[in-house]
Design a protein around this ligand. Structure first.
Ligand code: UDP
Ligand code: MG
Length: 176
């Protein structure tokens, strides 16, 4: 008898990359993701700096295509109106696998056509896979990525341990 593997409560970082915004697919992709029956616990718009991209794609920094990947991931190839991504943390049972399944294979030409990447992705002139969505691929990666993109106060639940630090001469911007 086939035993069902145990379901795991997981968190995953999801990023709607600039091509999702350029193609006006934000709503469509979020609707597709809602099939996974997960909950959003954090959301924001982010400008991707070289520092953030290098940390996020640490496993690709040494690849010859990294600079072209940065130009795509930051949205620079689409002009200033699209230099942004949408970042989310989703929570729920088997969140990582469920989202990866809906997203599809990394290479949009190999992705099942019913997946987000299969339906809407392409490979651009520089050879970069414009595949619309990032989603964590393991619990370890999810924790690293969520901590990189979000501070504890931006997530409505305490999903990893936090601590309080008191910073002297800490300056911050407020509404004038
Ligand atoms: N990528 C690419 N060419 C490659 C490998 C990766 O253009 O040969 C891009 C693609 O946009 C991909 C991202 O770099 O989504 C991160 O690569 P990774 O292998 O982590 O794939 P993912 O986790 O996004 O499926
Ligand atoms: Mg990856």
């Amino acid at each position: 008898m086939k035993r069902k593997s145990k379901k795991r409560h997981q968190y995953t970082l999801i990023i709607l990359k600039p091509d999702a915004l350029v193609k006006s697919l934000t709503g469509n992709i979020l609707t597709r993701l809602s099939e996974a029956r997960l909950r959003i616990i954090a959301a924001k718009v982010v400008r991707v700096t070289p520092e953030l991209a290098k940390k996020h794609y640490a496993h690709l920094v040494d690849k010859p295509f990294f600079n072209d990947l940065y130009e795509y991931f930051s949205g620079k190839i689409y002009g200033p109106d699209y230099e942004r991504v949408l970042a989310f943390v989703y929570e729920g049972e088997d969140a990582i696998e469920r989202v990866r399944k809906i997203a599809g294979a990394t290479n949009p030409l190999e992705a099942d056509p019913t997946t987000i990447r299969g339906a809407y992705g392409r490979i651009n002139k520089k050879g970069i896979m414009e595949n619309l969505i990032h989603c964590s691929d393991s619990e370890e990666a999810a924790e690293k990525e969520i901590k990189l993109w979000f501070s504890p106060d931006e997530i409505i639940e305490e999903i990893y341990p936090t601590k309080i630090v008191v910073e002297k001469n800490y300056k911050r911007r407020v509404w004038a």
